[in-house]
Write a new protein. Structure first.
Length: 456
């Protein structure tokens, strides 16, 4: 068993400032980020050591008497941070899957030390194992060095100037067009083939994806600078920076995949997207169009039914419920249609059993899930990699919070890639679906200095 975690209050500072002073320079580090200027939610940042894999045998349905909540509000007091890629999840689910060599399909960092930030209360805590706080090599001294390296962040114009200075000092990445796996015409043809599969009755809905590659020919892409730009342009409640050696995941994810708290699991699938408008009236019209769209509503409800079915495999009978249906959430670039499904886990349920029941997420596959993944494997013809997987944390006490790996950049030794896609139903219009892919990919590509290929 790991040593008992101990939390100590810190003077509040902007998480970005502390990140830049310490974890940003570490080979194995993380920042799970509620977004710039967040007034609610939690952020966690820190350092860890590579672990062989996620703890699939971790019991999640019956937290220990000494839970993370007893240590510090927010729920995460140590455990594992990392990602799980789509392809291995599809393979474990029985679907054919490709192999991606660009980045590891699974990364788990065993958390050594972390700082937790409560944005609503503007309070923060240093969390480390009992006995690891004191001494010149202790957690308190390390965090003090982080603060000294970055300096206290100011407010208002001073804070903004400091961020600009950091961005100016870090390369933006290659100023070039990304290379697309499919042209818009090819993607439109795949949409037609999806619709044909739906017409035959092989699927009800298919989440068709593609990839945009960016080569770093002159200098490696700087993940820190890219993440700072991404979070400023597309703030999200489940942002994330996870670095494992030469690889990094940078995400502005708006979709919570799995949250486990005290034996209750929740999932919040997103299906349905519209861009933001150019003025308030246009913006409100687009949100209303999304909410009233028969295609988007049908797509969302299909995935809600799929997630209900998945959760019933690991939840007590009669406990799986739809807590929210077809709700609009708005972000700087898009409006999204979101629903919430929850259930109480069966006694003794493990993280591995929950992942086997639910992963890959239905919002990234389609329905029925196994048939959808098999069809998509044949259509896409290439790996999805880290994209369409999930990332986040799992605590020693059985709590967890995982987000979908969307609106994300995967940095590797020779460049980076951005995945994007959308749900296809019989009612899908190819031009609209192509435009939706462009909306989703444009922001992450811009953060590494790249633009969409011609036609997109």
């Amino acid at each position: 068993m790991p040593a008992r975690p101990v939390a100590r209050r810190l003077e509040w500072t902007d998480p970005e400032a502390l990140f830049l002073g310490g974890p940003a320079g570490e080979e194995h580090a993380f920042w799970l980020d509620a977004g710039p200027d967040a007034t609610s939610g939690w952020s966690w940042l820190g350092v860890g050591d590579p672990a062989p894999a996620w703890p699939r045998d971790l019991v999640i349905s019956a937290p220990d008497a000494q839970t993370a909540g007893d240590v510090v509000p927010g729920g995460f007091a140590g455990g594992w941070v990392g990602w799980l890629g789509y392809d291995e999840g599809a393979r474990r689910a029985g679907a054919p899957a490709a192999t991606d060599d660009a980045a590891p399909g699974e990364v788990a960092l065993a958390v050594r030390r972390l700082v937790a930030f409560d944005h609503a209360a503007r309070q923060s805590w240093l969390i480390a194992p009992e006995g690891d706080h004191e001494g010149p090599a202790g957690a308190a001294a390390e965090v003090a060095r982080w603060r000294a390296a970055e300096g206290e962040r100011g407010a208002g114009a001073e804070a903004e100037a400091q961020t600009e200075a950091h961005l100016a000092s870090r390369n933006r990445g290659p100023a070039a067009r990304a290379i697309s796996r499919h042209t818009p015409a090819e993607y439109a043809d795949l949409i037609a083939r999806c619709r044909e599969a739906i017409r035959r009755g092989d699927a009800y809905q298919l989440c068709l994806t593609t990839r945009f590659e960016v080569e770093a020919s002159d200098a490696p892409i700087d993940p820190v600078g890219a993440y700072l730009r991404l979070r400023r342009a597309q703030p999200a409640h489940h942002g994330g920076y996870v670095r494992a050696g030469a690889h990094a995941l940078l995400s502005a994810s708006p979709e919570q995949f799995l949250q486990v708290t005290d034996g209750v699991v929740r999932t919040r699938p997103i299906k349905g997207t519209r861009p933001r408008g150019h003025d308030p009236a246009h913006d409100a019209a687009l949100a209303r169009e999304l909410l009233e769209s028969p295609k988007e509503r049908a797509e969302n409800v299909m995935i809600v039914d799929l997630m209900r079915n998945d959760l019933q495999r690991v939840c007590r009978p009669g406990t799986v419920t739809v807590e929210g249906l077809l709700e609009i959430e708005s972000y700087p670039a898009v409006h999204q249609l979101v629903s919430t499904v929850a259930g109480r886990l069966v006694p003794g349920a493990t993280l591995g059993e929950l992942l086997d029941a639910t992963f890959p997420a239905g919002s990234m596959t389609g329905a029925p899930k196994l048939s959808a993944m098999t069809i998509l494997h044949g259509l896409e013809g290439a790996p999805r990699g880290v994209y369409a997987g999930c990332f986040g944390w799992a605590g020693h006490d059985g709590r967890a919070d995982l987000a979908m790996t969307i609106r994300s950049i995967v940095v590797h030794s020779s460049g980076a890639y951005v995945g994007a896609g959308g749900g296809i139903t019989w009612l899908s219009e190819p031009a609209d679906e192509v435009a939706e892919v462009a909306v989703k990919a444009r922001g992450p590509l811009a953060a590494i200095g790249a633009t969409l290929p011609a036609g997109w």
